[in-house]
Every structure is written in structure tokens, then in C-alpha cells.
Design a protein around this ligand. Sequence first.
Ligand SMILES: Cc1cc2nc3c(=O)[nH]c(=O)nc-3n(C[C@H](O)[C@H](O)[C@H](O)COP(=O)(O)OP(=O)(O)OC[C@H]3O[C@@H](n4cnc5c(N)ncnc54)[C@H](O)[C@@H]3O)c2cc1C
Length: 315
Amino acid sequence: MKQVAVIGGGAAGMMAAITAAKEGAQVTIYEKNEKLGKKLYITGKGRCNLTNFCEPSDFFPNVVSNPKFLYSAVSSFTSKDTCAFFEDAGLRLKVERGNRVFPQSDKSSDVIKTLEKELKANHVKVCLHREIKDLAELKEDAIIIATGGITYPSTGSTGDGYRFAKEMGHDVREPIQALVPLLAKDDFIGRLEGLSLRNVSAVIKSGKKKYYEGFGEMLFTDRGVSGPLILSASSYVGRKLEEAECILHIDLKPALSEEMLDARILRDFEEQKNKDFRNALGKLLPAKLIPVMVELSGIDPFKKVNTITKKSGSG
Ligand SMILES: Cc1cc2nc3c(=O)[nH]c(=O)nc-3n(C[C@H](O)[C@H](O)[C@H](O)COP(=O)(O)OP(=O)(O)OC[C@H]3O[C@@H](n4cnc5c(N)ncnc54)[C@H](O)[C@@H]3O)c2cc1C
């Protein structure tokens, strides 16, 4: 009987071990943590969004870089196969908005339990507290490296797989962050910390080149920007940011054309013509943004609104 070693007992390692065992191999998982699936446990805010109920053809356009690499894997084990696998193993699933699939219990721990049950049913040996430092330690006929990437290293994925792959002669491209907040250089950023914006559009450019355009929700942090819109953007601009400085343009009123916005500002100003400029923006902007926008406009904050002309700002 063929012997297979799997390094790493995360989602990939457990699935690989079950699959190899079903094919008739004698499989051992080596996991450095005290338990299996430590990262899986925190996925989907503890609910584990275990797949998206869509066709492979819908899946690939959403892969940011190198979707071709996933063609074979995703076509031979589709998201429908994933659902069937878990349901056959006794885990009841549900499909939520955007075709996202979750366990009916909303507990990622149930996904882990199901995988553990399948490991046991297929006689996979699990060695916990066992960190593999060198591939030569393993005597099995085949080794599957399922050590994860280098995100959330506290869950065990510390990048060992890249080293193993290099040692085996593979080319490894320097990994780059994705789905992360972005840092901004502007001094005013810290003053906007905690401000969240809904239904805004964001464009990220370097010179005339547009690297990202999206719509949704974002928020300001102490040193930059975050939120769903920005996390998505980071996957597109990560490598670009290493090469060139990029500028994030935020459109707070994407539903309005420039002319409509102009008319709206004139209307607001007409209604508040005797107020100071700094006190006349309450209908247009969130409170936290007003002092920053006033400063950036270059207009005297104490200037009466009815004395502001098209040329008043610094541009
Ligand atoms: C906060 C968060 C939320 C997420 N939510 C979702 C979600 O809802 N849906 C989704 O599809 N994805 C989600 N993901 C992504 C998903 O978690 C990962 O894609 C997935 O866990 C990767 O599985 P893996 O088995 O490749 O790696 P990991 O889960 O990282 O497992 C690798 C395992 O290998 C072990 N290991 C590493 N090196 C060694 C070694 N030398 N010897 C022995 N063992 C070793 C580690 O301890 C670890 O247990 C989320 C990720 C995070 C961080």
C-alpha cells in the first residue's frame, strides 16, 4: 500500500489526506499545532464561508491573479462537489446572499468536526505537535505540502511551504499581501480614524494608469483606509504599490454628476448664505470630514458662504 505524508492539517491538508486515503493510500498528517484546522476555525467570522455555490465559469473572473492556475483544480472538484462532499459527510449547509455557502449551524467548528470524522472513517493517522523542519525527516513514498501560506502565522502557517517548495526546485515568487488595509501618507488620516463611508466609489491610480475601480463601504483607520471596498482593492494594487506611488480617489457622491453636485452645493450654500464656510457643509459631508475638507479646500473657514466664489479655493 502506498504511504503518503501530508504536512499541515489545515483545510487543504485534511481534504488531501481524505482524498488520498479514499484512493487506497495509507496516509499520515503531520501538524505542528495541538489541533487540526486552527485557521479554519476563524474563517467567515467563525461561521466558515466554505464555498460559493456557482459554476466554475463564474468563479474564474473573480480570481484576481493567474486564474488559469486554478482551472484544473476547480474544474475537477467544483463548488458543487464541495457541497456534496460535506453534505454526504453529514454537514447540513445553507446558501446565503451572493451564493455564499455556510454550515446551517453557523459554526466553523462543525466543518472541522466533519473533516475529522472523515479522516477517522478513512483511517488517516494524525500526528499533532509535530513540526516538520526538513522533508528528509519523512519516509513515506509521497509527500503533500499543505502548510498554508504566510497569513495569520499565529494559526501555524509561517511560510514553511515556500521553503520546502524551493528546496524541491520550484520557483517561488515573493508573496504579496492581499485583502489587507492600505496605508496612506497624508497627515490628516489620523484625524479621520473611525469614520466609515457607505456607497462610495474608489479609484486607485498611478499617474494616468487606473489599477482599481470599485463601489461599496470603506473606513478610515489611524494610518490609512480599510473596509470591504479597500480590502478588495488591495488584492489588485498590492504589487503595484511596491513599484509606484498610487493615489486613492474617493467619490463620496458617485450617484451625482459633477454638474449635479455643483448645483447641490450651490443650493446648500444659498440656504446657509450667512453662515461661516466651516458651518455650511453639514448636509454634504460627515462631521468628521468637514474640518479636513475645509483645510484641503484652502478656503478661509470663517469666510461667509455668500462671499465664496468659484475661485476662492486653492483647487
Ligand atoms: C480571518 C480569516 C478569515 C477567512 N475566511 C474565509 C472564509 O470564510 N472562506 C474561505 O474560503 N476562506 C477563508 N479564509 C482563507 C482560508 O482560511 C485559507 O485559504 C485556508 O485556511 C487555507 O488552508 P490551508 O490548509 O492551505 O492552510 P492553513 O489553514 O493555514 O493550514 C496550514 C497548516 O499547516 C500547518 N503547518 C505549517 N507548517 C508546518 C510544518 N512545518 N510542519 C507541520 N505543520 C505545519 C499549520 O500549523 C496549519 O495548521 C480566511 C482566512 C482568514 C485569515
